[in-house]
Design a protein around this ligand. Structure first.
Ligand SMILES: *[C@@H]1O[C@H](CO)[C@@H](O)[C@H](O)[C@H]1NC(C)=O
Ligand SMILES: *[C@@H]1O[C@H](CO)[C@@H](O)[C@H](O)[C@H]1NC(C)=O
Ligand SMILES: *[C@@H]1O[C@H](CO)[C@@H](O)[C@H](O)[C@H]1NC(C)=O
Ligand SMILES: *[C@@H]1O[C@H](CO)[C@@H](O)[C@H](O)[C@H]1NC(C)=O
Length: 584
């Protein structure tokens, strides 16, 4: 998300210039590349940013009983890394009889000291008796579904859920902004996310509306927060905007349109907003509140959005990452859902419409995104403009389409065979792409798409995203709920590779009734694998539990916009799916 379009030309130039440079250097000043510890010899290689001629790079370790008595060795310059401002430094030392259990790296330069402690305090590199470097091991066992989630994970999820809820609410109605403003992140520079995106706001408010419908039913504080959101959105619908349409993607804190260059329109926003507001209207009425609020305030906003979708759905527009102007699987999925829910809602609200018939045209179009030769759903088609290097066609946006556009009707929902097949391809791509995924004992860290160049601030190399990683946990748990509701699991030739990850004997045509041992085997292993994705988030979250947009593909440190509202909202919906009650 949040990619500034006017940078595209410069970016393409950069990408071309650097073709041939294959070394992925870190974005931090110092970073372990590889290490080994065998026969008491501890050696390895470190990436060091060349900040000055005089540098001291030390590796510091604790003994076998984890006593930090000051054992260390100096690393030595080995060679520079061509095309970058980084160097390789090597170390090689013999560990005495006291042994080694953990280590970290310090780098002193220009009077500053930088550290690589594998993701923060308490997270040093842990050395086993015979160990091989994370980045030299093969990735086949990465995030193996048979690995065990860390003990205490459930209670961590409970506390992180509460923390996410706090950080999410902190970003709603931020001081000094117009009523109902929901900031994407409090970050005001590098990157500046101090805006309200229609999409991020609607997906966040979807979580709040779900709370109003369940745990916070009849809570007037929560109801007023949602009404503030409605006030802000209703105003933006009538603002004059550069696109002069409801697909304008982002607004300033005072509610006026952002008028700089941007990827517009983005026609998923009105659909997500309509879905959220229709659910609020139904809860509002279901709880016996004043129906005139729905008639006079909510319905005009909702029907504007639904009518807009009927006129634009077949046009290309920018995607949810704001980078590609084309026809998108994700966008069509949320538009279809909005119209199908809208047809039902309009009928109950006495509004004549063509929503069902347009939704059926959208469904037919969505069916054309699956590539049987690739075995997965391609994220977009009819490329028009924007970045043009997404050659694989793989993108977690497709899986987000299942979550935010799924309607429990088996049309590209979490348990549908094409979605499951797509999830396998995307996960494998990231397993081998990101250094932190090598030899990891948690789930694969997932990014947006393999060719991503946005690093959270500018362009170099993409990183894993918190919301993309929690998305896998949510997808798996939603699939489990759907299998339970169906009373069976059906393996098709398309989904067989998904099931083979968890049950090697799975073959096309198998049907596992909910009473069968295979059903238990598969659902247990999928839940386990989902928990490993939560464990990935646990490993890389900030110490205070806040979630940035991204975490670094090499160091695992948080990077990009801090306290991203969507990261926290996505954590909450994943935790709800784990509890067996996915957000509707
Ligand atoms: C840690 O190691 C140092 C140096 O060998 C030793 O003096 C100290 O007693 C050790 N501490 C513990 C708690 O074993
Ligand atoms: C480390 O030093 C030992 C002893 O000099 C040598 O045998 C070994 O090859 C060295 N290892 C590396 C990776 O340089
Ligand atoms: C209503 O929700 C708010 C915000 O979540 C919470 O602080 C408050 O305690 C709730 N009120 C009641 C009566 O449950
Ligand atoms: C939850 O939403 C449904 C409609 O989706 C509605 O029928 C029900 O009354 C709502 N429940 C509460 C507690 O708001």
């Amino acid at each position: 998300m949040l990619f500034q379009v006017k940078k595209v030309a410069a970016l393409l130039l950069l990408a071309t210039t650097f073709v041939g440079v294959s070394v992925a250097v870190p974005t931090t000043q110092v970073q372990l590349n590889t290490y080994t510890y065998t026969n008491n010899v501890f050696s390895g290689q470190i990436y060091v940013e060349n900040l000055a001629y005089t540098k001291v790079v030390k590796v510091i370790w604790s003994d076998a009983s984890n006593n930090w008595s000051g054992s260390s060795t100096n690393a030595a310059y080995y060679q520079s890394i061509s095309g970058t401002n980084y160097e390789y430094w090597n170390f090689n030392t013999t560990i005495g009889s006291a042994g080694i259990s953990q280590f970290y790296i310090s780098y002193q330069v220009n009077g500053n000291t930088y550290y690589d402690n594998n993701g923060g305090s308490g997270k040093n590199y842990v050395v086993s008796t015979t160990t091989t470097s994370p980045s030299t091991t093969t990735t086949s066992a990465t995030g193996s579904p048979t690995a065990t989630p860390p003990s205490g994970l459930s209670s961590w999820i409970t506390s992180e859920n509460a923390i996410s809820n706090t950080f999410m609410y902190n970003n709603i109605n931020t001081p000094g902004s117009a009523t109902g403003f929901i900031v994407a992140s409090p970050s005001t520079s590098n990157p500046d996310y101090y805006y309200s995106w229609v999409r991020d706001s609607a997906l966040t408010m979807h979580v709040v509306v779900d709370q109003f419908n369940t745990t916070s039913a009849k809570n007037s504080t929560v109801a007023n927060i949602i009404k503030d959101y409605v006030t802000f959105q209703a105003k933006t619908q009538t603002e004059s905007t550069p696109c002069n349409c409801l697909g304008e993607p982002k607004f300033n804190p005072d509610g006026t349109a952002y008028t700089g260059a941007w990827g517009r329109p983005q026609n998923d926003g009105p659909a997500e907003r309509a879905i959220t507001l229709m659910q609020f209207a139904d809860s509002w009425i279901g709880q016996g509140n004043d129906p005139s609020y729905v008639t006079n305030t909510l319905n005009p906003v909702i029907f504007k959005d639904l009518n807009y979708i009927t006129t634009v759905w077949s046009n290309s527009c920018f995607d949810l990452w704001e980078e590609v102007n084309a026809l998108h699987f994700f966008t069509l999925m949320v538009q279809r859902r909005a119209l199908l829910a809208g047809a039902n809602y309009a009928a109950r609200n006495g509004q004549s419409n063509n929503y069902n018939s347009v939704a059926s045209s959208i469904s037919s179009k969505i069916d054309t995104f699956y590539s049987s030769s690739n075995g997965y759903i391609t994220y977009s088609q009819n490329y028009n403009s924007g970045i043009n290097y997404k050659s694989s066609g793989l993108d977690v946006a497709v899986l987000l389409g299942a979550i935010h556009g799924g309607m429990g009707d088996d049309f590209y929902t979490a348990s549908s065979d094409k979605i499951l097949a797509t999830s396998v391809h995307i996960k494998s791509a990231f397993a081998s792409l990101y250094p932190i995924n090598s030899g990891t004992t948690v789930g694969v860290a997932i990014g947006r798409y393999p060719e991503d160049q946005y690093n959270g601030v500018g362009t170099s190399q993409g990183n894993p995203w918190f919301l993309a990683t929690t998305l896998y946990a949510e997808l798996y748990y939603r699939a489990i709920s759907e299998w339970k509701a169906a009373g069976k699991i059906t393996v098709t030739s398309i989904s067989q590779p998904f099931f083979a990850q968890f049950y090697s004997a799975a073959k096309a045509g198998d049907v596992y009734a909910s009473s069968s041992s295979q059903f238990t085997t598969v659902t247990t292993a999928v839940a386990n694998a989902a928990d490993l994705f939560f464990a990935t988030v646990q490993k890389h979250a900030n110490a205070d539990g806040s979630l940035n947009e991204e975490f670094d593909r090499s160091s695992g440190f948080s990077t990009g916009a801090v306290k991203l509202t969507w990261s926290h909202a996505a954590f909450i919906t994943a935790a709800k799916a784990r509890s067996g009650k996915p957000v509707f």
